[in-house]
Design a binder for this molecule. Structure first.
Ligand SMILES: [Zn+2]
Length: 417
């Protein structure tokens, strides 16, 4: 192979995801949380690969690994690439990690060709996206975006260790986190390659897709209060059955969210009390999670769902309390970046499929710093956050080629160079 033809390697991406999967706190399962010895081991692997690809590397003030590949001259603003290096408990090997190693492999190919671009490239391995340890997500990317909330430093993990103390033990200075924030003028855009974590691309036989938006979400907890009673003695027409009312609410949520293509609604947890075979349920708690690519669409659905729950409970003579527990707005992918990613896909001879992301990603934080774009890669069965998560070497190969083509052809918005 000539130097000019150097391409990213799906096999190497695959092997490196395997190597990262060995950095785990459990044997036989992958769990790697923020500020752990396993994170340090993963960081060292990634920094080694970055150096091998011709990058300078550093650990920033929150513990993100950052590799920089200079452009035609040093100090140019950068195209920021990356994803996260932390995992959920008993995770798959590709969520996050694939985006980091694929980006490094693209730089590796550029370096092998001796290619320098009109901008620098930085690859970030974000230290915490999943929020497993301190129950606060996107810590790494928020620090980079300058939106890190210092109150989180006092949050404690399951062992009672505060984030502040864990940072110090890791060798980081918690008071210096604000220095991880980047300047807008230094970052031209952020682009992330990530497995889809859903079944759409596989169902359509497509290896890659362009993400239109990272969906916003509303979450609620609902308590339905009826009247517990004897399952044998209370006639059906005199009951205040909280579970039957909740069941009708669940179906109303399903019906409302099923009406629009990209809207999704889920009741993921439901508990009935007192929970006995021979007692009418008097008290039921359940959760609601509603997501959509457009904020107006999500808010309209949430309002309709609240109204439907009110009507159902009134008709059935039960009370209810509904508490919002989370609201996050949609992070739209910039149309100009979507276009450039789409044209890289088309140039590889593939159909261009646009789809929203139902899962959260680092781009939700980085959008406060720079325009964001994402390339989704098909994963087996749409399964993620699960050891069964799987990709193919062919898809790793193809998606990294598309990503490299996007990088090489990248033009900043308004031609800022
Ligand atoms: Zn992820």
């Amino acid at each position: 192979m000539t130097a000019r033809a150097a391409q990213p390697s799906g096999a190497r991406i695959y092997e490196r995801c395997e190597a990262l999967a060995q950095c785990s706190e459990e044997s036989g399962a992958l769990t790697r949380v923020y500020l752990s010895p396993e994170q340090r081991a993963a960081n060292e692997l990634v920094q080694g690969w970055m150096r091998e690809a011709g990058m300078h590397t550093r650990l920033d003030e929150i513990g993100n690994v950052i590799g920089r590949y200079e452009g035609v001259r040093p100090g140019l603003p950068c195209l920021m690439l990356g994803s996260h290096l932390d995992t959920v408990r008993n995770a798959g090997k590709y969520d996050g990690m694939m985006g980091v190693v694929a980006a490094i492999d693209c730089v590796h190919a550029l370096n092998a060709r001796g290619a320098r671009l009109a901008f620098a490239i930085e690859v970030s391995g974000f230290a915490d996206e999943e929020g497993v340890r301190f129950n606060a997500t996107l810590l790494g990317s928020r620090a980079v975006a300058g939106t890190f909330d210092a109150k989180v430093l006092d949050q404690r993990d399951a062992q009672g260790i505060s984030m502040r103390d864990a940072m110090s033990a890791f060798g980081l200075d918690p008071d210096r986190v604000p220095h991880a924030a980047r300047k807008r003028a230094d970052v031209l855009a952020y682009a992330e390659l990530h497995i889809e974590q859903g079944p759409v691309l596989e169902a359509e036989g497509l290896p890659v897709g362009v993400v239109t938006a990272i969906n916003g979400a509303n979450r609620y907890t609902v308590e339905v209060k009826g009247l517990a009673g004897h399952a044998g003695t209370v006639p059906m027409n005199l009951r205040q059955d909280a579970l039957a009312a909740a069941a009708e609410c669940v179906l109303a949520i399903e019906t409302r969210c099923g009406r629009e293509g990209d809207l999704v609604g889920t009741v993921g947890r439901l508990e009935a009390a007192p929970g006995a075979t021979n007692v009418i349920p008097g008290d039921v708690r359940f959760t609601i999670d509603v997501r959509a690519p457009r904020d107006d669409q999500r808010r309209a659905a949430a309002a309709d769902i609240k109204a439907a729950i009110g009507a159902i409970c009134a008709r059935r003579g039960v009370q209810f309390d509904l508490h919002p527990t989370h609201e996050g707005n949609t992070a739209a992918c910039a149309p100009w970046l979507q276009e450039q990613i789409a044209s890289a896909i088309a140039t590889e001879g593939l159909p261009v499929r646009r789809l929203p992301s139902g899962a959260g990603h680092d781009g939700m934080a980085i959008v406060d710093l720079a325009d964001i774009g994402m390339l989704f890669v098909r994963c087996k069965g749409g399964i993620s956050h699960n050891p069964l998560e799987a990709i193919t070497i062919d898809d790793a190969d193809l998606s990294a080629r598309v990503f490299l083509r996007f990088i090489e052809s990248f033009r900043p918005a308004g031609e800022r160079l």
